[in-house]
Ligand binder design. Structure first.
Ligand code: SME
Length: 161
């Protein structure tokens, strides 16, 4: 694929996500449509979804939200796996080879690389957006920028209760 065609596809994904978010404030509904749009638009991804901080839990943990892909682990304590590490540090993590990430939680044995982006609104951590690929080193710098932009658009569009 040429560079310009790749850029066009990424831009198109952003436009499609913006259109899906327009006029809707419910964070679950928006997460469901963003997970579906990203899953069906990106090549070589096998799981796309959200984990949210479970405010009802006495221990700090994430709980599974809307996703596309195989069934996944439901609860992830802060500090565990890639998602729990992002919840702790509030920084995006790109894992080129999940088998080399100590403590990686293998929900789908097909996954070989992963990107996890924190969802932050008004300086408050809401959860994380997680994408898995069966291909090692799947996520480029351009992917990081695009997916962080999509998370930003999702946050701006949604109301978190
Ligand atoms: N691999 C993640 C767990 C979530 S699944 O990939 C859906 C992790 O290590 O946090």
């Amino acid at each position: 694929m040429s560079f310009s065609s790749f850029q066009f596809q990424l831009q198109q994904l952003q436009v499609n996500c913006s259109a899906l978010l327009a006029g809707e404030r419910n964070y679950i509904a928006n997460a469901a449509n963003i997970a579906s749009c990203v899953f069906h638009s990106l090549t070589d991804v096998n799981w796309v979804g959200f984990y949210f901080i479970d405010t009802s839990s006495s221990s700090k943990e994430l709980v599974l939200g809307p996703f596309q892909g195989k069934p996944a682990c439901i609860r992830i304590p802060f500090g565990k796996g890639v998602c729990g590490t992002v919840a702790l540090t509030a920084q995006t993590i790109v894992v080129d080879d999940v088998h080399l990430f100590e403590g990686h939680i293998a929900c789908d044995s097909d996954s070989n690389s992963e990107i996890v982006i924190p969802i932050i609104k008004n300086n408050v951590l809401i959860g994380v957006f997680d994408i898995d690929s069966p291909i090692k080193k799947r996520f480029s710098h351009e992917d990081v920028l695009l997916l962080e932009k999509i998370v930003y658009l999702y946050c701006e569009a949604s109301e978190f209760s």
